[in-house]
Design a protein around this ligand. Structure first.
Ligand SMILES: NC(=O)c1ccc[n+]([C@@H]2O[C@H](COP(=O)([O-])OP(=O)(O)OC[C@H]3O[C@@H](n4cnc5c(N)ncnc54)[C@H](OP(=O)(O)O)[C@@H]3O)[C@@H](O)[C@H]2O)c1
Length: 308
C-alpha cells in the first residue's frame, strides 16, 4: 500500500530529523531544506522557498503532501532579540505563508510553536491562558500562532519543549549536556528556570495520533515532569552514567543574557492526553529511550546528516 507523504519545513533542524526517524517506516518523508543540505536514509529532500508564498504554493503542488509539519524558524532566543525583523520573518511571516498555502490546498498542517509564550510567574500553563511573551522569540512565535489559526483553522498548533539527538551543525540541549560531561567539563545549570521537556519521538507520535483523531487548534504536547534545567541535567547524568559532580547550580537572575527568559515555561498537556486517552511517559523514560537510541545508532546516523 502507498504510504502517505509528509513534508517537513526546517528539514535540517533537530525536531524534523528526529521526527523523520520516528515515522519514516510508515510515512514517505520529504525534508524541506533551506541553507543546509540533508542526507538521511529512508527520506527524500526538497529545497523549499518559504519566504515566497507563490513559489511555496508551486512546490506544494509538485510535492502533493498529505501532511505538512512546519518546524522551520529562527530558534535562537538571543539571535531573535538582536534581529527582530529576521525573527518576525522567519517565525511569523513564513508560518503564515505555510498556513495559507496548505489551507488553500486542503493539506493537513501541524505548526510547531513554543513554551516561550508566557510571563513565567506561575507553573503548568494551559492552552487558554493569556499570552505574555517576554522576548522577541516569544512575540514572533505568538504572532505566528494567531496567523496560523486564522489562515488554517484546522491546523494543529503544538506548544512544546523537546530534546533529542542533534548533528554537527546544531547541538540539542541534551547533546550539549552529554558531550560536555563526557569531556569532563564543569557545567552550570539554572536551578530557577523550569520546563516540561518531552522526547522528540514521543512528541512526533502523539502529534500524528492527534491528526488521526481529527484534533485541531492549540494543544500543549509536553512531558508531565516539571523540572529545573539543573534537575534535568542531574537526570541526564544519571541515565548516561556521567559524573554528577561536574554539574553546578546557577541562577538565570545572575546570568547576563541578552533576551529575558521566563522563569517557568512548564505546560499542562492534560487536554492532549484526554483527547488521546493516554499519558506521554515521563522524563526518566524519555532518557532511557534517548540512551537506547544512541545504542541503536540514531546519534551516529544524525551526526553527519546535515552539511553546508
Ligand atoms: N529546540 C527546542 O528546544 C524548541 C523548544 C520549543 C519549541 N521549539 C520550536 O520547534 C521548532 C523546531 O525547532 P528546532 O530546534 O528543531 O529548530 P532548528 O534545529 O534550529 O532548525 C531550524 C530549521 O529552520 C530552518 N530555517 C530557518 N530559517 C529559515 C527560513 N528563513 N526559511 C526556511 N527555513 C528556515 C533551518 O534551516 P537552515 O539551517 O538551512 O537555514 C533549520 O532547518 C521551531 O519552530 C522552534 O521554535 C524548539
Amino acid at each position: 500500500m502507498k504510504k502517505p507523504r509528509v513534508v517537513f519545513t526546517g528539514g535540517s533542524g533537530l525536531l524534523a530529523l528526529n521526527w523523520a526517524c520516528a515515522v519514516r517506516n510508515k510515512w514517505e518523508v520529504v525534508l524541506g531544506t533551506h541553507r543546509h543540505s540533508v542526507r538521511l536514509a529512508g527520506t527524500n529532500t526538497s529545497k523549499l522557498d518559504l519566504d515566497n508564498g507563490v513559489h511555496l504554493g508551486h512546490q506544494l503542488d509538485r510535492l502533493s503532501p498529505d501532511l505538512v509539519v512546519h518546524t522551520a524558524g529562527l530558534t535562537s532566543v538571543d539571535r531573535c532579540e538582536e534581529d527582530r525583523d529576521l525573527a518576525h520573518q522567519a517565525n511569523a511571516v513564513i508560518a503564515r505563508n505555510i498556513a495559507e498555502a496548505t489551507a488553500k490546498r486542503k493539506i493537513l498542517l501541524i505548526h510547531i510553536s513554543t513554551d516561550h509564550l508566557f510571563a513565567g510567574d506561575r507553573c503548568f500553563y494551559r492552552e487558554q491562558d493569556p499570552l505574555q511573551p517576554l522576548n522577541e522569540y516569544g512575540r514572533s512565535k505568538a504572532l505566528a500562532e494567531t496567523w496560523v489559526q486564522s489562515a488554517h483553522p484546522n491546523a494543529i498548533i503544538v506548544r512544546t519543549n523537546f530534546f533529542c539527538w542533534g548533528h554537527r551543525q546544531r547541538q540539542s540541549f541534551s547533546d550539549w549536556l552529554i558531550c560536555n560531561l563526557r569531556d569532563g567539563k564543569v557545567l552550570t545549570l539554572f536551578d530557577d528556570v523550569y520546563f516540561t521537556p518531552i522526547l522528540a519521538d514521543t512528541l512526533a507520535l502523539a502529534a500524528h495520533e492527534l491528526i488521526e483523531k481529527g484534533a485541531s487548534g492549540i494543544l500543549n504536547l509536553a512531558g508531565p515532569d516539571r523540572l529545573s534545567k539543573y534537575e534535568f541535567a542531574l537526570q541526564v547524568s544519571t541515565q548516561f552514567g556521567l559524573p554528577v559532580q561536574l554539574i553546578q547550580r546557577g541562577q538565570v537572575s545572575h546570568a547576563n543574557l541578552l533576551a529575558s527568559r521566563p522563569r517557568d515555561m512548564s505546560l499542562d498537556s492534560s487536554k492532549a492526553r484526554q483527547i488521546l486517552g493516554r499519558d506521554f511517559g515521563s522524563v526518566p523514560q524519555y532518557l532511557r529511550d534517548l540512551y537506547a537510541q544512541e545504542i541503536e545508532g540514531r546519534r551516529s546516523e544524525l551526526i553527519e546528516s546535515v552539511y553546508v
